[in-house]
Design a protein around this ligand. Structure first.
Ligand code: ZN
Length: 490
């Protein structure tokens, strides 16, 4: 056996500097506005400003919601991987038809009601390893900005007051209305109005910018120059996105459900007010179904993240499944796929564990083995093509096969193994589920583990179970080993 032989793979040519490589490659995305692939060219070179419609905080987010947030997280992480600076804004819809209705049903003041779900939302994002956006504006903190925007629309004659004191947007005064959803505007009844936040394309009509107070709103009310009431849902996103990103910004994302009416109305309000193009690129992610069926409570196939955690799956496994289907394809969520995600992650962990056993001191001048370089090139080329995640994951698993072969043949030396570990770390900056670093339990988690041991010694089983659940919540599972119980990151 020629263990000291030079690995042919390691003779691969040294990489040209990254900047130079990027000149010949570009990130392309499918723009809903044009229904075409387009190269992303931000208004300010190198800096992508994007807005993502965030949760309506009236319940725990379900896995369909998280599919969209994970798609946006992949986009964000990949843009950073490609060297862009990113400013991302995700709003919190904490006042709208749904939040008001549910808070009234529970007899709680709106803010107190929504706080519970805002806190839960951020906990869930952490479990799913979704990176934090730069800004999370809440609608109730931005009502003055909404009032100012509505005032501009009134001044321009695009907004008008209805008999009940609400303010509506006249879609007849905005000739390009329907350009995002590709609406057929012929036969539209002029002057028809729709009061609720959500409606079908067939009901396209003048929509509410401001809803005059009525009894159903209870204590939820603000004063505006034209009367008391509250903002409509759509104006919230126009006001908050432009406040943090400017009148024209690069990219706006959401689920396909948001295309109409929400995003169509955002465009109309913003462009009618400023006379500027609102957003250059729109990206929308497809639905999630469960076992091929629409997720619904009545079918018993409705899952929040918490439901899946209770079934013993980890955030990392759920993230894998939600990420692994291309964002423009409908995602069929199944427990079989979740089990397959667990197996795939096991294979990835085994590979990085094996690399760590031979890795030496990292040498920044050491080349990637050819098979790893190939994986990096294929991974980047795939994600450059409108985030083709299936091809990117295929590149990753091809690398594992090649890497395991190299280790079997003992053609990977210590420096080579270190560079591959470094590459896994770079991949993880995009994927967020690789965990190439050995996770060390923090002091708090270790203290909990000790408390659990004490509880067990005292035969206090409820307390022991409580601590185990607490650790699980923080992402740790307890494993019994010959050296006593150890913590393993889920
Ligand atoms: Zn929105």
């Amino acid at each position: 056996m020629m263990t000291a032989a030079l690995n042919a793979a390691e003779v691969s040519a040294k990489l040209p500097p990254r900047r130079q490589r990027n000149n010949t490659m570009a990130f392309k995305l499918h723009n809903t506005l044009t229904r075409q692939l387009a190269e992303l060219r931000p208004g300010e070179p190198g800096h992508v400003r994007f807005y993502t419609c965030g949760p309506t905080v009236y319940n725990f987010a379900h896995i369909g919601n998280f599919r969209a947030y994970i798609f946006e997280d992949l986009l964000r992480r990949y843009l950073k991987f490609r060297g862009f600076r990113v400013t991302q804004v995700m709003n919190l819809t904490d006042v709208d038809d749904k939040t008001i209705r549910s808070s009234r049903e529970q007899g709680l003041p709106l803010r107190q009601f929504t706080k519970k779900y805002i806190d839960a939302f951020f906990e869930d994002l952490a479990v799913l390893r979704v990176e934090r956006a730069e800004h999370y504006p809440a609608a109730t903190d931005h009502v003055p900005e909404m009032i100012a925007l509505i005032q501009t629309l009134l001044d321009k004659g695009v907004g008008y007051k209805s008999d009940d004191g609400s303010i509506y947007f006249s879609i007849a005064k905005f000739p390009s209305y329907g350009k995002l959803a590709h609406l057929d505007m012929t036969g539209l009844r002029s002057g028809a109005r729709v009061a609720q936040d959500e409606y079908e394309k067939e009901s396209a009509a003048d929509f509410a910018l401001w809803k005059a107070w009525d009894e159903k709103d209870g204590a939820v009310v603000w004063d505006a120059p034209w009367g008391r009431g509250r903002p409509g849902w759509h104006i919230e996103c126009s006001a908050m996105s432009m406040k943090y990103l400017g009148q024209s910004f690069d990219l706006h994302t959401g689920g396909v459900d948001n295309i109409f009416p929400h995003h169509e109305d955002e465009i109309a309000q913003s462009e009618a007010a400023t006379g500027q193009p609102f957003v250059k690129y729109w990206m929308h992610c497809a639905h999630l179904v469960v076992d091929g069926k629409k997720m619904s409570k009545s079918l018993g196939n409705f899952f929040t993240l918490r439901d899946l955690l209770d079934k013993g799956y980890s955030g990392r496994e759920i993230r894998y499944e939600l990420l692994a289907t291309h964002y423009r394809q409908s995602l069929n969520f199944t427990f079989t796929a979740l089990d397959a995600a667990r197996a795939a992650l096991g294979r990835l962990d085994e590979f990085s564990d094996r690399l760590r056993t031979i890795a030496g001191v990292a040498d920044p001048d050491h080349h990637l083995p050819a098979w790893a370089q190939q994986a990096l090139d294929a991974f980047t080329a795939a994600l450059d093509e409108d985030l083709n995640i299936s091809a990117a994951l295929a590149a990753l698993f091809d690398m594992i096969t090649a890497g395991n072969r190299a280790m079997n043949e003992k053609t990977l030396n210590a420096a080579g193994a270190s560079t591959v570990l470094g590459l896994l770390k770079r991949f993880d900056s995009v994927l967020g589920f690789l965990q190439p670093e050995q996770q060390q339990a923090d002091a708090d988690a270790l203290a909990l583990l000790e408390q659990r041991q004490a509880a067990r010694k005292a035969k206090n089983w409820p307390e022991s179970d409580r601590i185990r659940d607490e650790l699980k919540k923080r992402g740790w599972v307890i494993q019994d080993t010959a050296q006593g119980p150890k913590l393993k990151k889920m």
